[in-house]
Design a protein around this ligand. Structure first.
Ligand code: SF4
Length: 114
């Protein structure tokens, strides 16, 4: 796999050893090893998107506060599509308190004035 943590884009290989541990090669730093192990065991992604704002055609930019399980992405995108907020919104305001049972909030990435 390609490490997506920085522009170097190291090509990572993950091997499962006889004792069940994972061996990562091709990484130039520890972040790559951590990423590769996470990716083969429990992949996560940040989700960014837009939600409607009442009374305007301009959308609000949002993101999950931290990365969520990759399998939850379609559900979270559907939740964003069904969400409408009221302005004003401040940077970092919570838009969805718990993104589809992940326990992770979705927050505004920019302020939105009335
Ligand atoms: S392993 Fe380290 S240096 Fe290589 S792409 Fe990932 S973060 Fe960048």
């Amino acid at each position: 796999m390609t490490c997506i943590n920085c522009p170097m884009g190291c090509q990572l290989d993950v091997e499962k050893l006889a004792d069940g541990t994972l061996k990562v090669t091709g990484n130039a730093c520890l972040r790559g090893e951590t990423y590769a192990k996470q990716e083969v065991t429990a992949p996560v992604r940040m989700v960014t998107g837009l939600v409607r704002v009442k009374g305007t055609k301009r959308p609000l930019c949002v993101k999950t506060k931290v990365a969520i399980p990759k399998g939850k992405i379609p559900d979270v995108l559907a939740a964003l599509a069904a969400t409408e907020v009221e302005a004003p919104v401040a940077l970092g305001d919570t838009v969805i308190a718990d993104a589809c049972g992940t326990g992770i909030p979705v927050v505004a990435t920019a302020p939105f004035a009335k």
